[in-house]
Design a binder for this molecule. Sequence first.
Ligand code: SAM
Ligand code: DTB
Ligand code: SF4
Length: 328
Amino acid sequence: MGTITTAGTRHDWTLEEIESIYTAPLLELVFQAQQVHREHHRPNEVQGCILLSIKTGGCPEDCAYCSQSAHYHTGLEREELLSVEETLSAARRARAQGATRFCMGAAWRSVPRGAAFDRVLEMVRGVRDLGMEACCTLGMLTDDQAEALAQAGLSAYNHNLDTSPEFYGEIITTRTYQDRLDTLARVRRAGITVCCGGIVGMGEDRAARYGLLQQLAALDPHPESVPVNLLMRVAGTPLGEQAPLDLLELVRTIATARILMPSSMVRLSAGRVSLSEETQALCFLAGANSVFLGDKLLTTPNPGQDADGRLFDRLGLRLTHGPADAGH
Ligand code: SAM
Ligand code: DTB
Ligand code: SF4
């Protein structure tokens, strides 16, 4: 196995190649990932994003990890679609905290037509007017809806593959892997950048992580943004009692994503509350260059401003300043 070959942007990584990268000696893997990282990104800099759940709970899908699925009793309060003003005041607070990307999530299986969608379009225009990148994650989309979001100035659409095609059915039964790929293709055709990643720590084996990474890297072009989430265990969901993951598996997943997709933003997403500052440092060394700021993700906790202020000071990291996403 020895040396890791990293040359060029590829979409045809075999599972064997991915395995040999992922299982290299940890220090070799992290070193190679950091080298790739420095060829494509500014070291010591991370982008801050902030999430807002604009429509919470009551989702008809059965994603086994999710607090918002109507299939499980998680004690989460449902909330109807927020108003444009509520959303934009959260976006202004996000900007004041140093975020350059504002991500709006809705617990929908697919985007509804009519007034609710028009309101989302207005939110997107409002966030763009604040000079921030705007990202939405709203479930499945039609071509027309993707086009309308693009017209409103949406910078990115988040739609995760979550895991490998083989393991997917253990986690979600109400839609298929192909449904996800179809939506991703619509987003790409509309000219919106793609944010697509997955979750580790759901009880998957390494092969499932190789399979996810292979699928992500097969997207052509690569997703501009690859969120790597560590499962947030939510009581009442089928994964609420899942055994904790060896956190070096998260580091290996990030490093392998960085090597396979050199230009993408790799986002250390859900799960930072479970990571020490030292483990987060290792994730940044492995090529993660973005985090969610603030004390809440969509429905679950996140470190928050004071903890992150200390973390960035301790590591000498700075947040990317605007102007956000010139060209997207
Ligand atoms: N309903 C839309 C969808 O599924 O595409 C958008 C919202 S959904 C909450 C966005 C993503 O968050 C999911 O695809 C999943 O990867 C991630 N996510 C949700 N719950 C999570 C959890 N408990 N731990 C880690 N990641 C989670
Ligand atoms: C992504 O990959 N992670 C974010 C964003 N995309 C939408 C969501 C994480 C959600 C964590 C669970 C929650 O807070 O409900
Ligand atoms: Fe619904 Fe998205 Fe949660 Fe799945 S992850 S249950 S689609 S909100």
